[in-house]
Design a protein around this ligand. Structure first.
Ligand code: SF4
Length: 199
């Protein structure tokens, strides 16, 4: 697990914590999560503009249990974050030349990352971090077509995405001093970020 200079906190004080971190890292790798960075929730930025991007410009808006308007508003997210001091940022990378198409390859990548994030949350819960709660990356793709507004098919795995909670991930990365780049070409590798609120 890597940490940055500004927002270091130790998750590896005891042998049990060291083992938990090692288990997280191993499980994360299976789900394309290459890096896990501890951060303070004070460095997670919430902004109104993120909600606008969902509402104006994303075809998923109003079509999923894991997208706005079902997910926490910016004010609700701020209130939620105030109940936590620590979080983990999960960083993954993917490449998909058909990113903008709803195809099986994209869905497989999404589901793998989604399930991995929820599995890590579960692992943390069992390790004693009982408040652990995952905010996943992108939109829920567990079903080929979301049943919204009818009952969710997999409520146990349902989580809001980072962006659906109006979290400004780019500002958050800047806050912790982590460099990032945008993919400018459909063939380029791109980054995916999830967050687990810890304690
Ligand atoms: S699990 Fe299925 S029904 Fe539930 S939010 Fe995800 S896609 Fe929609």
């Amino acid at each position: 697990m890597q940490s940055n200079q500004r927002n270091v906190y130790s998750l590896e004080k005891s042998q049990k914590e060291k083992d938990t971190v090692e288990d997280l890292r191993k499980l994360g790798k299976k789900h394309n999560i290459n890096e896990i960075i501890p951060l303070s929730t004070g460095d997670i930025s919430v902004a109104q503009w993120v909600r606008l991007k969902c509402k104006y410009g994303c075809k998923k808006y109003g079509t999923s249990w894991c997208c706005p308007p079902e997910t926490p508003s910016p004010d609700e997210t701020k209130a939620l974050l105030s109940e936590y001091k620590k979080a983990l940022l999960l960083c993954g990378t993917a490449r998909n030349s058909q990113f903008y198409m709803d195809n099986q390859k994209k869905r497989r990548l999404q589901v793998n990352g989604w399930k991995g994030t929820v599995a890590l949350e579960r692992m943390l819960f069992l390790a004693g971090y009982y408040k652990a709660f995952a905010l996943v990356s992108e939109n829920c793709a567990l079903c080929k077509e979301c049943s919204y507004p009818d009952e969710c098919i997999f409520p146990m795995d349902r989580r809001p995405s980072v962006e659906s909670c109006s979290i400004d991930i780019f500002q958050t990365l800047k806050n912790i001093g982590k460099p990032f780049s945008l993919a400018h070409d459909i063939a380029e590798e791109y980054n995916c970020y999830s967050i687990i609120l810890l304690e």
